[in-house]
Write a protein that binds this ligand. Structure first.
Ligand code: NAG
Ligand code: NAG
Ligand code: NAG
Length: 359
């Protein structure tokens, strides 16, 4: 018996060791404080963090075809991730030493171990505004919350209620959405809202969702702000005039919303002292990357790698599109979404200095 325990604990160490070696070869190392360990990662939001849920939904907001996934795994594996390779859900899972790839919850082939280490509930083209997901026929935040409820029931059946409660409270949660509200849905909402009241509405939706997550037992939650939306290649083409300048109104909207979001998070944090709510800024890191691409080893910042790079995204970026030869030189993979390499840098800039705040 003793021998067996020693043997199995050795085996466990070996497995943990090889797992962390695989992880650290991909992402920059950050150590978790006080020997903390994170049982699982749960992600909610839009295409930045969808790892393939939309593959199983009847929507045009998909990317489970070439050239998406050009550099995923052994190459040419379109998984439904909106990039050429790994996306923030994967990088964040690795940073918290949870797993290498975060699977989509809707994948019908998920195994017990997959579920126990966490999943993504995110759905490309959704937003804080319920109208955003309605327009694209994808999962709204309340749909994603309902799936999380369903998930908790499944886990309770597997490992019992007590273990589930502990696991839910010690896991990491990431919320990353809102871009589509500003870039798409706001134009349909103009009769009812101006940008000031619309960003108030978005922030109130974020608060509502965070309270619900807290009510379901989540305690360690990271909330990602909006990126520098007006400097994304697609927006430069659509709204930047002949010179494809950055769209100032969208940048101002993103800044305004981020301010409201982070102050809401501060207020919530005071109301829920046992929770850790961490605002994660990606606006400034992406802005610096776009203004100084060479500082990060990039050559191209103003267009995507797929097709002309000016407008292709989703079904417009497809098997017929020509792609750039070296994705590592591009910040953007399509006209909206960063490349794997840019995502990796952004995740480090947003998260590394904030890791301790989760514990
Ligand atoms: C972390 O774990 C190691 C090995 O088990 C131990 O030596 C160390 O004191 C622990 N550190 C803290 C801060 O608990
Ligand atoms: C936006 O609408 C609100 C309420 O209708 C109004 O009080 C506010 O002045 C408007 N803001 C701007 C910038 O137009
Ligand atoms: C792609 O570009 C990166 C960065 O400029 C460089 O290190 C790498 O060698 C290039 N890869 C190929 C296959 O050319």
């Amino acid at each position: 018996m003793f021998f067996f325990e020693v043997l199995s604990s050795q085996l466990f160490l070996v497995i943990v060791w090889s797992f962390s070696t695989i992880i650290t070869s991909l992402v920059s190392v950050v150590s978790l404080p006080n020997n903390e360990s994170v049982p699982a990662l749960f992600v909610f939001g839009d295409s930045i963090v969808d790892t393939g849920n939309n593959n199983y939904i009847n929507t045009i907001a998909k990317c489970n075809f070439r050239p998406y996934g050009k550099d995923f795994g052994g190459g040419n594996q379109p998984t439904g991730r909106f990039s050429n390779g790994l996306t923030p859900s994967d990088f964040i899972a690795a940073k918290f030493e949870v797993k290498k790839l975060l699977p989509p919850y809707l994948d019908p082939n998920l195994k017990r171990e997959d579920l126990l280490r966490g999943v993504s509930f995110a759905s490309g083209a959704s937003g804080y505004d319920p109208l955003t997901s309605e327009l694209a026929l994808v999962l709204s935040l309340s749909d994603q919350r309902d799936k999380f409820r369903e998930y908790i029931k499944k886990i309770q059946n597997m490992v019992g209620e007590t273990t589930t409660t502990t696991m839910i409270s010690k896991s990491i949660y990431i919320l990353c959405t809102g871009s589509n509200d500003i870039t798409n849905t706001y134009s349909f909402r103009r009769l009812k809202y101006n940008i000031s009241t619309y960003t108030d509405f978005m922030a109130s939706q974020a608060t509502k969702f965070l309270k619900e997550l807290y009510g379901l037992g989540a305690r360690r939650i990271g909330i990602v702000g909006l990126p520098i939306l007006g400097c994304v290649p697609f927006q430069k083409t659509m709204r930047g005039g002949f010179k494809r300048a950055c769209s100032d109104s969208e940048n101002q909207a993103a800044i305004l919303f981020n301010k409201k979001l982070s102050s809401q998070i501060d207020i919530l944090g005071k109301n829920f002292p046992e929770a850790r709510l961490v605002y994660l800024d990606i606006y400034n890191p992406l802005s610096d990357m776009i203004q100084n691409p060479s500082k990060y080893g990039f050559e191209v910042a103003d267009k995507g790698c797929c097709g002309t790079g000016y407008f292709e995204v989703g079904f417009m970026c497809n098997a017929l599109s020509k792609i750039c030869s070296n994705r590592s030189n591009y910040i953007f993979w399509d006209s909206v979404h960063p490349t794997e390499r840019a995502y990796n840098i952004l995740c480090s800039e947003a998260l590394d200095k904030n890791i301790n705040k989760f514990f």
